[in-house]
Design a protein around this ligand. Structure first.
Ligand code: ADP
Ligand code: MG
Length: 357
């Protein structure tokens, strides 16, 4: 079932939580809503689910205007950030709950309920846990059961509100991969809310970046990562160096250095601008490979797993330059604190106008 969100606005006393959000989600798509805490993600999900009313705008599910329908008539499954399993029901009873409370006329027979619950627990790889109580499960297991419970009533739309954010990093990573595979099997139209850019990039067919109740950009993970529409998206999608400078003759001047921009910079008039570049896009070597390379000194080295983070100082730059290189490159170069290096800094993305994080 497709979701068509049209110009949704929501104000709380003294605060605009959603300032006109329009978004289409295709049938079977998995879309991530990505944005910082407080940007309106949960409010939007609750409005789609019918748990909250919008001040203006409409929610069309397939071809039906469901804006004023209550939640129970919407056929929407919801998984929340905090485990919302019933503590006094075992896993089987939790998953069967939505079916058991259906009116007698539409309630499946006991045997069918049992088959459906076992099938769903199989999908989330929790068949073994039917007799357990939520307190006997780990956080990740509980969220898998919560997902099975949301799917039990055959929802046409699945809404997931930061379902993994209370779990530790390793489990979170496992579950997002697992959810991606599950979605490939069941293809239920899904909106996944997260404030974690890696989670969104890895999981979603499409990412919608939200800030202060507005959509900043939407596109495939690769589109938003490689071509951020503005400084907010650039910042939010990963670590970035920002250099303030002046734009002149198609180049950016930062602290006396000419840096090449990604795109052709138009206009001859000199203006101020910001150059953005991600730490892993900067090159470091022991020898100067072009006239544009800049000398720098390694002030700090951080182990980041497979990558090494370097903090470089270079004359004319106000702040240290953050660089990330593969661990292997680092050990091949034999770099240490205090060493002199050459920094290759080009293909920066330039934004003019106001800079806002
Ligand atoms: P997110 O899920 O992106 O963190 P929310 O949608 O929960 O953000 O909240 C968006 C903004 O609306 C926040 O500033 C929050 O404080 C405010 N807000 C949310 N719900 C209410 C409410 N019931 N009453 C007043 N303000 C609210
Ligand atoms: Mg939220």
């Amino acid at each position: 079932m497709s979701i068509d969100i049209r110009n949704i606005t929501k104000r709380f006393p003294g605060y605009t939580a959603l300032a006109g959000i329009s978004l289409k989600v295709g049938t079977g798509e998995l879309v991530a809503l990505l944005g910082p805490s407080g940007c309106g993600k949960t409010t939007l999900l609750r409005i789609i689910a019918g748990l909250e009313t919008a001040d203006a705008g409409s929610i069309i599910l397939e071809d039906r205007d469901t804006t004023n329908l209550p939640a129970r008539e919407k056929k929407v499954g919801f998984v929340f950030q905090h485990y919302a399993l019933f503590r006094r029901l075992n896993v089987f009873e939790n998953v069967a709950f939505g079916l058991n409370v259906l009116p007698r006329s539409s309630r499946p027979r006991k045997k069918e309920i049992r088959e459906r619950v076992l099938h769903l627990l199989g999908l989330v790889q929790m068949e073994w846990s039917i007799d357990r109580y939520p307190s006997q499960l780990s956080g990740g297991q509980r969220q898998r059961v919560a997902l099975a419970r949301a799917l039990a009533v055959n929802p046409k739309v699945l809404l997931l509100d930061e379902p993994f954010s209370a779990l530790d990093a390793k489990v979170r990573l496992e579950l997002r991969r697992w959810l991606r595979k599950l979605h490939d099997e069941i293809h239920v139209t899904s909106i996944f809310v997260t404030h974690d850019q890696e989670e969104a990039l890895e999981l979603a067919d499409r990412i919608v970046v939200i800030n202060k109740g507005r959509i900043e950009q939407q596109g495939t993970p690769q589109e938003v990562y490689d071509h951020p529409a503005n400084t907010f998206v650039y910042n939010f999608l990963g670590n970035v160096n920002v250099f303030h400078g002046r734009i002149r003759d198609g180049k950016v001047m930062v602290g006396g250095h000419h840096i090449e921009a990604q795109e052709k910079l138009n206009g001859h008039e000199e203006k101020t601008g910001q150059a953005f570049i991600r730490p892993h896009e900067i090159g470091v070597s022991r020898i100067r490979s072009s006239d544009n390379d800049m000398p720098g000194i390694i002030r700090d080295i951080r182990l980041m797993g497979s990558q090494i983070g370097l903090e470089l100082e270079s004359a004319g730059f106000e702040h240290p330059i953050e660089v990330e290189i593969p661990r292997e490159t680092w050990s091949n170069l034999g770099l240490d604190r205090g060493d002199e290096v050459f920094i290759t800094l080009d293909k920066v993305k330039v934004f003019t106008g106001d800079y806002e994080i």
